[in-house]
Design a protein around this ligand. Structure first.
Ligand code: DQA
Length: 143
């Protein structure tokens, strides 16, 4: 059966490539999407980005109904959103948290994390390559 992987990206990740490239790298979100498609040609990848918390909640719920695994970079909602946390608690598929940077090595306000307690695992600090690592993990977990 074809594996269906949802990849959800939260606020400001639409600016990748130009947003603080010394922290987040020079790859755009579309570059990352294309790399994931090339890395897993047999999988169906639904790759989305939103700046809205409610939209992210709706897509987590949709992923739970339709996908085999969810890769999530919730951006700043990682550190603030009980709504996304609750949606993930209700999620029936494996969740892999990804961050381009390593929030644990940055400002103190990034130490609060509402996503990690709901995730099978977290990949952080490896830039765009972290998405490919998360994809590898998602495919292994749902094989
Ligand atoms: C991020 C880390 C978050 O702390 C930050 O708010 C982001 C991006 C990352 O991918 O490194 O927007 O999720």
């Amino acid at each position: 059966m074809t594996q269906h992987i949802f990849v959800l990206n939260g606020p400001n990740l639409n600016l990748l490539g130009t947003r603080e490239p010394e922290i987040y790298g020079k790859d755009t979100l579309d570059d990352i999407h294309q790399r994931m498609i090339s890395a897993a040609p047999d999988a169906e990848i639904t790759f989305l980005q939103t700046n809205s918390e409610g939209q992210l909640v709706d897509w987590v719920q949709q992923a739970s109904r339709e996908a085999s695994a969810l890769i999530l970079n919730a951006g700043a909602y990682t550190h603030t959103s009980i709504a996304v946390h609750d949606a993930l608690r209700a999620c029936k598929i494996p969740v892999i948290e990804v961050h381009l940077s390593n929030p644990a090595a940055r400002e103190a306000f990034r130490e609060t994390n509402y996503i990690s307690p709901c995730a099978s695992g977290t990949i952080a600090g490896f830039g765009a390559h972290g998405y490919l690592m998360a994809l590898d993990a998602a495919l292994q977990m749902t094989a």
